[in-house]
Write a protein that binds this ligand. Structure first.
Ligand code: ARG
Length: 599
């Protein structure tokens, strides 16, 4: 039996082979058998096979009896190597698998570095071209706290997919073709402000933000101006030179301001192809969907009906239509999104597209995906995998959507500044002796890391409460706690005068004591965790695992002497520290969190 990266695979393979090759079993159960292997309650075992129970029920057999037979056959036929696994029947007919020290030790030898781990995971997604659509903010508005989640969750998911072998294209689908530009151009002209005067992008964006508010207020007081704005928008849409120049300048300022935030949050973008990029590509969508009889005119608009959607409009007769062209002939969010899918398939050759937005857009994506499915089926196009990754709201300590004291949304830049400032205070208290440069560097990693970690450590589809004190605490499921474990391991190595990259650390060693074995058992759960995180793109599975691993490590460290007079004990325990460091830092990197040498 080989030591596979994910032990579930070894067990699964062994059980399937047994059912195929054993004369008695293959005759009795002619249909294919699914062993259903899962991680088990660690108190009893590492893994559990749950597939015997339904099989026995279906064939009216005693499940415990059948599980016992299968267990015996697994060992007798040597399908399961008894030097690597301890197996037993549990409960109503489950089979428990416990990894023996020999398996753990060899696993730790085979997968000792991030590189070795990645060699395994990079085969999972088989270079599948995957477009990830994030953070895709609307332009001409300053970034606020609501923009944190798409950046943080998007970056982490992109890293996890990439690590798992996908070929990732990060496409920032900015909302740069909205009706707000009519108002903006109107007010700029009204006040005689020239976009050529914009110098500092962040300041310019703040000005644009306030001008827009002023513009809508003016329009409300003076409906005549609304026509002026509408006319400016029409001119822009028809390619008027001056308005296009103003529009482009606003987009540039907005992109530059966002880029500064991306840099601070370590977010990488490959393309910024916003809604405007598709303005001349929507007519093909109208043509195709109309001629394929998927879309029809309704009240002057072009719409697609999805009768399978059970959310009904007010008249209670039909579901809401998916409106893909407005009454006045203008394109909308839906038309550009349909054109975007086509572009991603034809130009990028995407096999999979992942969209990140908050929960409010679930209906839009449900309709978008259904439309695409019907459209591509009719035109005999390969249907890409389409997935909407959505999330809940960030709440204040009062459990209401978070706002500033005066009721406005919190600016993202001031949030980042405050996080770093607060972290610096903590770092100064804890490490007054460190040089200032290093204190600042640590504060940046801890502050930004803490912000990212709270966001990633809760199940993304739930709301979470934003609490500075909790996220910066060194106790509990926080970034500082995890970063501190890494720093602690670094300091152990400094004490041992050994480099973490020393080749002796990748050698074989045998885990022995209770705490060593506990730590090893946790370490080998890493592939299973990654798999779970990947299957529904929920980074909190990974963060929860890292937190648990840190706890098991601390237990080991508090109970076993690492720096020991016996060189072989010391070598083996240092090796375990090294593996913990590898898994923790790899995991944090996948969450987008920067680690520090000491803190
Ligand atoms: N700009 C949109 C918003 O801020 C999000 C765009 C998401 N991507 C997409 N292809 N629809 O709400």
């Amino acid at each position: 039996m080989d030591i596979s990266f994910n032990p579930i695979q070894s067990i699964d393979k062994a059980m399937r082979l047994l059912f195929k090759n054993d004369a008695e079993l293959s005759q009795q159960f002619t249909n294919s058998f699914d062993p259903i292997i899962r991680a088990a309650d660690p108190k009893f075992a590492d893994f559990q096979a749950n597939g015997i129970l339904p099989l026995a029920k279906k064939n009216r057999l005693n499940p415990v009896q059948l599980a016992n037979d299968v267990c015996k056959k697994l060992l007798d036929s040597q399908a399961i190597d008894s030097s690597l696994f301890e197996i037993s029947v549990a409960g109503p007919g489950f089979i428990n698998f416990k990894l023996k020290a020999a398996y753990l030790s060899r696993w730790l030898e085979n997968f000792s570095s991030t590189k070795a781990i990645q060699q395994e995971t990079s085969q999972w997604l088989n270079k599948e071209v995957t477009v990830i659509d994030f953070p895709s903010a609307n332009t001409a508005k300053q970034a606020h706290i609501g923009h944190l989640r798409p950046m943080v969750i998007g970056e982490s998911i992109a890293r996890i997919l990439e690590f798992s072998g996908a070929s990732i294209i990060r496409d920032n689908h900015i909302g740069d073709w909205g009706t707000n530009f009519g108002t903006l151009i109107m007010i700029l002209k009204e006040k005689g402000i020239h976009v050529t005067d914009f110098t500092n992008p962040a300041e310019a964006l703040e000005l644009i933000d306030s001008l827009y508010k002023e513009g809508t207020k003016l329009e409300n007081n003076n409906p005549e101006l609304r026509n002026v704005s509408r006319n400016e928008l029409l001119k822009l849409q028809n390619g008027d030179t001056e308005n296009t120049y103003i529009w482009q300048s606003i987009i540039d300022v907005s992109n530059q301001a966002f880029e500064k935030l991306f840099e601070q949050l370590d977010v990488k973008i490959d393309y910024t192809l916003g809604e405007s990029f598709y303005k001349d590509k929507v007519s093909r969508v109208y043509d195709e969907l109309s001629s394929l009889e998927i879309a029809e005119e309704s009240d002057g608009a072009l719409v697609v009906w999805h009768n399978e959607i059970k959310k009904f409009a007010k008249d209670n007769k039909r579901p809401f239509p998916f409106n893909i062209r407005k009454k006045d002939g203008a394109s909308n969010y839906a038309s550009t999104d349909l054109a975007t899918i086509l572009y991603r398939i034809e130009h990028f050759k995407a096999k999979s597209v992942i969209y990140l937005t908050d929960s409010r857009q679930q209906d839009h994506f449900e309709q978008l995906f259904l439309t695409t499915k019907k459209w591509f089926q009719k035109k005999d196009y390969p249907l890409p995998k389409l997935k909407h990754v959505w999330w809940g709201t960030i709440l204040g300590i009062d459990n209401k959507p978070i706002k500033t004291k005066s009721g406005e949304s919190i600016k993202l830049q001031s949030l980042l500044d405050e996080a770093i400032e607060r972290a610096l205070k903590v770092v100064r208290e804890k490490n007054p002796e460190l040089p200032l440069d290093e204190q600042n560097e640590i504060a940046k990693a801890v502050g930004i890391g803490a912000l990212k970690y709270v966001d990633l450590s809760s199940n993304r589809t739930q709301d979470y409460v934003f609490d500075w004190d909790r996220m910066l605490s060194f106790d509990g499921n926080t970034a500082p706690y995890l970063l501190y474990v890494i720093a602690r391991i670094n300091s152990i190595f400094r004490k041992a005068e050994l480099n973490l990259s020393d080749s002796s650390l990748s050698n074989y060693f045998e885990v022995q004591s209770l705490y060593e074995i506990q730590l090893a058992r946790k370490l080998i759960q890493f592939p299973i965790t990654l798999n779970q995180t990947l299957s529904d793109l929920r980074p909190h599975f990974l963060s929860t695992y890292l937190f648990d691993l840190a706890g098991v490590f601390n237990n080991f460290y508090n109970n076993e002497k690492v720096i020991d007079s016996n060189p072989s004990i010391q070598q083996r325990r240092l090796s375990l520290c090294h593996r913990t460091h590898t898994v923790l830092s790899t995991g944090l990197k996948l969450l987008g969190i920067t680690t520090v040498e000491r803190m």
